[in-house]
Design a protein around this ligand. Structure first.
Ligand SMILES: Cc1cc2nc3c(=O)[nH]c(=O)nc-3n(C[C@H](O)[C@H](O)[C@H](O)COP(=O)(O)OP(=O)(O)OC[C@H]3O[C@@H](n4cnc5c(N)ncnc54)[C@H](O)[C@@H]3O)c2cc1C
Length: 227
């Protein structure tokens, strides 16, 4: 709106925040923005509230103090890990959203991670199953490193590309499901009713597939740069 005069503007800079503790065996908990806030994009707010309220409700229903102590300890680690997993998407690679190709690989990767590590355990009610938590957190920690590196790699490619190429003239139509790594994780929606052991097995298999998907993205970028 070039001919319009700007009357006022406002923005939050560095609005995101973490929290030292959001749940306690003294029977208090913080949920939603009272605890942690990452970013409005991709709707993480609603997701995190759903996840955290599930864990909080489970603690409310736990009467045994020893069990409650264990649960609050594990759930705090879990909630912090789930929050921190989002951060590289915003802090490292936000700028690539303006480029269709970079956005596509970034978003497809993030969706694949989301389906595997957020949706799959949630629809199987595994987040409140302590037998599942250890294997989940182990796989999640490995993924964290991979995710941060990949997000940086995509950002580096975007910066390289921006200096050399003009944006395309028209829209380029693209089906996200053409990416095999993402298509495969979508099938997890139909794996419901799994036990903790079955869920852990599926998660380990899917982690291998996610690593393959990351390799695919790296190969795609490598090929584009070396043409
Ligand atoms: C610009 C923006 C866009 C977003 N888009 C999305 C999205 O698309 N999808 C998504 O899932 N999430 C989104 N979010 C995040 C989502 O809005 C929040 O995660 C969610 O609203 C947090 O809910 P809440 O109940 O914790 O806090 P709030 O919704 O902030 O509710 C807190 C309430 O407490 C009241 N309050 C505060 N202090 C007091 C007091 N002392 N006494 C009484 N009442 C008090 C406030 O008035 C408020 O009504 C977005 C956030 C922002 C800022």
């Amino acid at each position: 709106m070039k001919s319009r005069k700007i009357l006022d503007q406002g923005a939050f800079r560095d609005f995101s925040y973490d929290c030292q503790q959001t749940i306690s065996d003294s029977r208090w908990a913080l949920t939603g923005e009272a605890g942690r806030f990452a970013d409005p994009l991709y709707s993480p707010g609603g997701d995190r509230i759903a996840l955290h309220n599930t864990l909080i409700t489970d603690c409310i229903l736990t009467n045994d103090p020893r069990q409650l102590r264990t649960k609050t300890r594990v759930y705090e680690v879990l909630m912090r890990a789930l929050y921190q997993a989002y951060v590289p998407s915003y802090a490292v690679s936000y700028e690539v959203l303006g480029d269709q190709e970079c956005f596509t690989v970034k978003y497809a990767w993030e969706l694949a991670v989301y389906f595997t590590f957020f949706v799959f355990p949630f629809i199987n009610e595994l987040f409140t199953d302590l037998r599942f938590a250890a294997s989940y957190l182990r796989e999640f920690a490995k993924l964290g490193e991979l995710n941060r590196s990949l997000q940086q790699y995509i950002t580096d490619y975007y910066r390289w590309k921006k200096l050399r190429y003009d944006p395309p003239n028209g829209p380029q139509f693209f089906d996200f499901m053409e990416l095999g790594g993402l298509r495969s994780t979508e099938r997890l929606f139909y794996q419901v009713g799994l036990t903790a052991v079955e869920g852990a097995t599926v998660l380990a298999q899917e982690s291998v597939k996610l690593t393959e998907f990351a390799r695919y993205i790296v190969a795609h970028i490598g090929a584009a740069v070396s043409i």
